[in-house]
Design a protein around this ligand. Structure first.
Ligand SMILES: [Zn+2]
Ligand SMILES: [Zn+2]
Length: 175
């Protein structure tokens, strides 16, 4: 680029930003929305967000956690029956359909607390004993599970694989 071209380029750039504003500004987004139409604009925003999320996995998880916590703290999606607060509209909908919520609703209408069935009591005692004996435990993650199914699922999880890799790497480094 020659001196003159560069000057031209910079001038055009300045003009562009003067008119459009910063790419993250409200003005810029509002203009883009008008230019592209609602549907295309939304499609692009989603695409950008997805790309960003893929590149910033940890940060996006952190942001998500923060916004969940903020929603809970602000009591945005409360269940008055259970006196709890959920992190999103989706979580609240799911909760409202849950057995736990139905039970609270029944109790709040003067229903009597259910006695746990014989089968439930047996299952509970088995679970308690398994935990005590650490029958279904993962040595790598130092975690105990209620039953073999949960342990099996855990052993296939990304979390477990990650931990195992980290341990192997640490062992290799120290030997
Ligand atoms: Zn509820
Ligand atoms: Zn594990």
């Amino acid at each position: 680029m020659s001196e003159e071209q560069l000057e031209k380029y910079n001038a055009a750039r300045r003009d562009h930003y003067r008119v459009m504003g910063n790419r993250n500004s409200q003005t810029f987004r509002a203009r883009l929305r008008v230019e592209l139409g609602d549907e295309e604009y939304k499609r692009r925003v989603t695409k950008t967000k997805m790309r960003w999320t893929a590149l910033n996995h940890e940060r996006s998880l952190e942001l998500r956690r923060n916004s969940c916590n903020a929603a809970i703290a602000a009591n945005k999606f409360p269940c008055a029956v259970c006196k709890i607060s959920l992190q999103s509209r989706l979580a609240l909908d799911k909760h409202l359909k849950s057995k736990a919520h139905a039970e609270q609703e029944r109790l709040s209408k003067g229903g009597k607390p259910k006695k746990p069935s014989e089968a439930a009591l047996t299952a509970r005692s088995i679970v308690a004993r398994n935990r005590e004996l650490a029958l279904h435990s993962c040595k790598v993650c130092d975690k105990s599970f209620n039953n073999r199914g949960h342990l099996k699922k855990h052993l296939k999880s990304k979390k477990h694989a990650k931990r195992e890799l980290a341990l192997l790497a640490a062992a290799a480094a120290s030997s």
